[in-house]
Design a protein around this ligand. Structure first.
Ligand SMILES: [Mn+2]
Length: 346
């Protein structure tokens, strides 16, 4: 494809965008939501959509299952109605709901039950592997998109909605963070091209770097210092892991989003194919993140534990103490990778 055509929207995506616009026709107030513990793609996509809907004559209301992360506060301003604190009550009075960056209803946390009961159109824009219970019936989904933000960009492009500087910063945040700063395997020529067009709109890359990656609190670094003591590595299988204890967030006065990126430390160890991050939630459950470098499919591996996600990044919530869960998952990972090794599949 010539570089000049790279921003063309694939037919399946533009048709989905048109169906979504049709279902929104006549709506005055529309809710926007995303998954629990929103990351940069989730916040960026939500913030962009909250500024695109008014261009269609629609008032947007953000209703997330967990509070807006402070690191992404710069994406909002007082023109945006953010009603997360009202929980399911904020779903009243909306005429449609747009769910972003969510493949499975359960990822809506405390909002899931309320969203299941809605009789208004429920629209999903997402790039995860489809699940058994999508969060809506009208889908614009494509796992080949580098970020949900790419699909929101395509939604705007299909409908001819202008990308304002604030929308450009939101979409840049989405794509920058979900590609790990344009380093992961989902980094495509097209996502660089979208980033290029966003820079042309006026996004300043150094400002974005500073806000997202160079605004770390001392608590975050002290927590990392502790976590690094827990690093484990199995050179034979290429498995590395790290753990965070239940009291760490409180001790260092940090929030869950401060844990984003900690898994990159085990992942960066030479020869690592599979990186694991264990976070003790403190009530008999451990949140486990799986990251692949190379050919190990961590979506399949996460499903063994009732979780899921992408081939390269997935997660699961597992019952047990931190030590129990770590021992169990590391043992299962050795077996999983061992089978792939002996089949010469990796
Ligand atoms: Mn995403």
């Amino acid at each position: 494809m010539p570089l000049s055509d790279i921003l063309d929207v694939a037919p399946a995506r533009s048709e989905a965008a048109k169906r979504i616009a049709e279902s929104l026709r006549g709506a005055k107030r529309v809710g926007i939501t995303t998954h629990i513990n929103a990351d940069g793609d989730a916040c960026g996509s939500v913030a962009a959509m909250a500024r695109l809907l008014p261009q269609l004559g629609i008032t947007a209301r953000i209703i997330n299952p967990t509070p807006w992360p402070s690191i992404f506060a710069f994406l909002l301003d007082d023109t945006i109605e953010e009603r997360t604190r009202d929980g399911v009550r904020a779903l009243q009075g909306i005429e449609a709901l747009i769910v972003l960056d969510v493949s499975d209803m359960s990822r809506l946390g405390q909002l899931a039950e309320g969203v299941r009961k809605l009789t208004i159109p429920r629209i999903v824009i997402d790039h995860h592997v489809p699940s058994d219970e999508p969060a809506g019936e009208l889908l614009m989904d494509d796992p080949t998109a580098c970020a949900t933000g790419e699909l929101v960009f395509d939604f705007a492009a299909t409908l001819g909605l202008p990308i304002s500087p604030a929308i450009a910063e939101s979409l840049y945040t989405a794509i920058l963070t979900d590609t790990g700063g344009f380093r992961y395997a989902n980094t495509t020529p097209r996502c660089h091209a979208i980033a290029a067009s966003l820079l042309r709109t006026g996004v300043d890359p150094e400002t974005m770097y500073r806000r997202i990656y160079a605004s770390v609190t001392t608590g975050r670094i002290f927590l990392l210092r502790d976590a690094l003591h827990s690093i484990g590595h199995d050179a034979e299988h290429g498995i590395s892991w790290i753990s965070v204890t239940a009291d760490a967030l409180e001790r260092y006065d940090v929030s869950p989003e401060d844990l984003d990126g900690i898994v990159e430390h085990p992942r960066s160890i030479m020869g690592t194919r599979l990186a694991l991050f264990f976070r003790d939630l403190g009530y008999g459950k451990v949140k486990v993140s799986f990251r692949s470098t190379g050919l190990v499919d961590v979506n399949r591996f996460a499903r063994v534990f009732g979780g899921g996600g992408h081939a390269k990044a997935s997660g699961a919530l597992i019952t047990g103490s931190l030590d129990q869960v770590r021992d169990k998952v590391v043992a299962a990972a050795r077996e999983y990778v061992g089978v792939l090794q002996s089949a010469d599949a990796i």
